[in-house]
Design a protein around this ligand. Structure first.
Ligand code: FES
Length: 106
């Protein structure tokens, strides 16, 4: 299993244990977590799964692809160097991760 800690814009934390191979977006949606919408179902087409990572977690995932970068430029909340689309962040066995949710996704 992997552990994802979601911190919303008010600092409220939710920790989820998720199966490896699950994305940060899918785990949030499956658990009814507010703050991630995942409108397109994970195909990097909507930008409603925008999250911020800790800098030290950035290299746990493959680099941002061109389609992801394009979508990140459409997010409603400010784009930061640690911005990613949650649907493109697939966790591996034993991974522990904290993601920060923007104030709004739409
Ligand atoms: S769920 Fe649509 S871009 Fe991630």
């Amino acid at each position: 299993m992997a552990k994802i800690r979601y911190v919303d814009h008010l600092g409220q934390e939710t920790e989820l244990e998720v199966k490896p191979g699950t994305s940060v977006m899918q785990a949030a949606v499956n658990n009814g977590l507010a703050g991630i919408v995942g409108e397109c179902g994970g195909s990097a087409m909507c930008a409603t799964c925008h999250v911020y990572l800790n800098e030290e977690d950035m290299d746990k995932f493959p680099p941002i692809s061109a389609p992801e970068q394009e979508m990140l430029e459409c997010t409603t909340s400010p784009l930061k160097p640690t911005s990613r689309l949650g649907c493109q962040l697939v966790v591996a066995e034993g991974m522990e991760l904290t993601v920060y949710l923007p104030e709004t996704q739409q």
